[in-house]
Every structure is written in structure tokens, then in C-alpha cells.
Design a protein around this ligand. Structure first.
Ligand SMILES: C[S@@+](CC[C@H](N)C(=O)[O-])C[C@H]1O[C@@H](n2cnc3c(N)ncnc32)[C@H](O)[C@@H]1O
Length: 374
């Protein structure tokens, strides 16, 4: 199969690496996406083990397309819809990108829909219904440089929704972004990890699940189960291997999260217990300057308020100053990783960065910054 995976901006190469480790090949990275080839088993496996991808799209055709007619004909002729999409199955169409003459994604999607349903009507005098909430197929069209790529989306829900986080605190990180950021730190579980402002606990949960390769919870149903060439036996085999994987928590080092807000702290507790990790994460409901820890040197991380979504910027200057002083006093010799969404505030740490990686957090241009605390 030819597959495209979508990724948080800045983490494409980490997703590419993950796909390689899971069995993908001929891997190429682009802005916010990774293309690769794989066999059926790998395709199903990545839905259980990819921690960085949002979604997967299986490419079914590509054709030259610059205007309405070339789109209509290209969609109709480039894929065997009559075999793959019986009229009782529902679908919807998603569009990304544009050409100079196809610049309205809503109009473009309608044209794709018309092309497919006209074909069905001419063959059977019946056509598929459109469903936005519960489709059997999601057909994805990407336009770029007068080239159209048609794909089938493999799951309705994004894979970043892990199912352990009904309670989402203030300005939570997407789970796959947190996971990708942790990959960058190369934390491997054998030294302590402390999140100074853990919010709903995303970093803490993703850190453990990633290092121990805990599979993602299987979705009730994947769209690929509707595809003509769905290999149920291979899928069930991969699912069983994921479920039966023995997880060994023994060698995990100390993992601590601190959160000042009592409600958010309670939410973190709920999330961590839903993820089944309450025995491996210590939570403290406190200001980070009061954090209690006694351990070997390790890694401290933090996703503080930026002054955009939470808290006014000027009120946060103190918070950043305190954090810098506190880290230098208590965590000398540790590594510190900060998700900075506001360079003006970050300066108040008065610390020298050793690495800065650009990433996007929900559209906010951020830097994932590494400091070696002296
Ligand atoms: C941007 S949120 C962190 C979100 C978190 N990464 C998640 O995924 O849910 C920042 C968190 O820092 C907490 N916070 C603010 N000041 C703090 C302090 N002095 N000590 C500890 N936590 C604090 C806030 O209550 C908020 O939950």
C-alpha cells in the first residue's frame, strides 16, 4: 500500500522514524506529512503503535487536475469506485490544498462527490448517501501543483485521541504532540522525569506509554474494515499481538507531576488512573517551587502558560523568573525541556538554551527548548 500519515508540524522526522521501526519503507517526509509503503500487517500495526501520527490515508490514485472537468473525469476514471463503493455504503469527501481554478474546498468536495455518485447512478440507478457523522468511507483529495491525490482515510477519529483523557485541564497538549516531544528528549525510562506543571497529565502518561510501547486502545471500528481488500485475519492477528503484549513496568524510574490548580490536579488523577498508570506516577498538588523529590539526576520538563490562552503575559513574568531561579537552585546537573510559546516570557528564565526545535502547538508557533542546568 502507498500511505500518507499526517503529523504535528515539526515532528515529521520522528513520525518517519517510528513508521520505519514499525515496518514501513520508501519513507519520505513533507511538511505535516510522511509518505511510505507497507504491507497489510504493517498497515494495521501502525494503528496500534504509532504515537505521533494523527491519521493515515491510503493513496488510491493520482492524476493531473487543474479545473472542474479534469477533476470530475480524473476522480471517475482513476479508481474502481463501482467495485469498492456499493451504493448502500455512505461516504463523505475531505479536501486539502488547491489549484488556481479549484480554490474552494467545499465546491471541490462537491465535484468529487458528484463524479462518484453520477458514476454509481449510471451503473445502478442508485447512489451512496453522504454521511458526515458516521460514514463508511472518507475520501480525501489533496491538490497541489495541478496534481490530485485521492486517498481513503483509515479511521474516523484521529489517533491522538487515546481515550484516557475525558478530563482535559487547561490548554492541554495533544497526546501525539506530547509523545513526539518526548521522543526528541530521548528519555528512555531509566532516569527520573518531573513535569513541573503537569496539567491533565499528558506528558506523564505519554512518557510511560511510549517508552514501554503500550499499544493505543483499539478504536471500536476502523474505516479500513469497510475496504474491499480488508484482510480480517491479518488485522485480528495484529490486534491480538498488540493486546497480548507484555508490558514490563519494573525498570521505570521515578515519575512526578506537579499541578497547582486543584481541579486540574483532580483531572490529572482521573486521566492517569484511566490510563492504568496510577502506580507509576506520583502527583503533587502544589506550586512547583514546593515540589518534593529525592532522586538521582534526570529530566525536568514543563509546558507553562504562554500568556495567550492562559493568564495575562505580564502576570506570568514572575512565574518564569521563579522557574529559572528554582531550577538553577534545585536541579543543577539535570536536563530541562521547555515548550515555549512566548519568547518574551522565556527570556525571564535567564537560562542559556542548548537546543531549540520549532514545533506547532494547536497553531501556536512554539519552540521545544533544551537547557542543561548548571
Ligand atoms: C499549559 S498548561 C499545561 C498543560 C499540560 N501539558 C496538559 O497537557 O494538560 C499549564 C498548567 O500549569 C499550571 N500551573 C500554573 N502555575 C503553576 C505553578 N506555579 N505550579 C504548578 N502548576 C502551575 C496551570 O494550572 C496549568 O494547568
Amino acid at each position: 500500500m502507498n500511505v500518507i500519515a499526517s503529523a504535528p508540524e515539526g515532528l515529521e522526522k520522528y513520525l518517519a522514524n517510528e513508521i520505519f521501526e514499525l515496518g514501513g519503507f520508501n519513507i519520505n517526509t513533507y511538511k505535516r506529512s510522511v509518505s511510505f509503503e507497507c504491507d497489510y500487517a504493517t498497515f494495521y500495526r501502525i494503528h496500534f503503535f504509532s504515537r505521533v501520527a494523527f491519521r493515515f490515508y491510503r493513496e488510491v490514485s493520482r492524476f493531473h487536475c487543474h479545473d472542474r472537468l479534469s477533476l470530475y473525469q480524473g476522480v471517475r476514471d482513476s479508481f474502481d469506485w463501482l467495485k469498492w463503493l456499493p451504493s448502500q455504503k455512505t461516504f463523505n469527501v475531505q479536501v486539502t490544498g488547491r489549484t488556481s481554478l479549484l480554490s474552494h474546498s467545499h465546491f471541490t468536495a462537491l465535484e468529487v462527490k458528484n463524479s462518484i455518485t453520477d458514476l454509481q447512478k449510471s451503473a445502478w440507478n442508485k447512489r451512496s448517501n453522504i454521511s458526515l457523522d458516521n460514514p463508511d468511507y472518507i475520501i480525501h483529495l489533496h491538490l497541489n501543483n495541478d496534481q490530485a491525490v485521492l486517498s481513503l482515510q483509515s479511521s474516523f477519529a484521529s489517533l491522538h485521541k487515546r481515550g484516557y483523557r475525558p478530563a482535559i485541564g487547561n490548554a492541554p497538549l495533544k497526546e501525539n504532540l506530547a509523545s513526539g516531544l518526548l521522543k526528541i528528549t530521548e528519555w528512555n525510562g531509566n532516569k527520573p522525569l518531573i513535569d513541573l506543571m503537569c496539567g491533565s497529565g499528558t506528558f506523564l502518561i505519554e512518557a510511560i506509554n511510549q517508552v514501554l510501547k503500550v499499544p493505543l486502545k483499539s478504536q471500536k471500528f476502523y474505516l479500513f474494515e469497510n475496504w474491499l481488500d480488508f484482510k480480517k485475519d491479518i488485522f485480528l492477528d495484529e490486534k491480538k499481538k498488540a493486546i497480548d503484549r507484555v508490558i514490563c513496568f519494573d525498570k521505570l524510574s521515578k515519575i512526578i507531576g506537579c499541578e497547582i490548580n486543584e481541579n486540574v490536579f483532580d483531572q490529572a488523577r482521573v486521566n492517569i488512573s484511566l490510563a492504568g498508570l496510577e502506580n507509576y506516577i506520583e502527583l503533587q498538588n502544589n506550586d512547583f517551587t514546593k515540589i518534593q523529590f529525592e532522586s538521582a539526576k534526570g529530566l525536568v520538563l514543563c509546558n507553562p502558560p504562554y500568556g495567550k490562552k492562559l493568564g495575562d503575559e505580564n502576570q506570568l513574568i514572575n512565574l518564569y523568573e521563579n522557574m529559572g531561579e528554582f531550577l538553577k537552585k534545585k536541579f543543577s546537573g539535570w536536563e530541562f525541556w521547555l515548550l515555549s510559546g512566548n519568547p518574551r516570557l522565556t527570556r525571564y528564565l535567564k537560562m542559556k538554551a542548548s537546543l531549540k526545535i520549532p514545533v506547532s502547538n494547536g497553531g501556536v508557533d512554539c519552540r521545544w527548548i533544551k537547557y542543561l542546568i548548571r
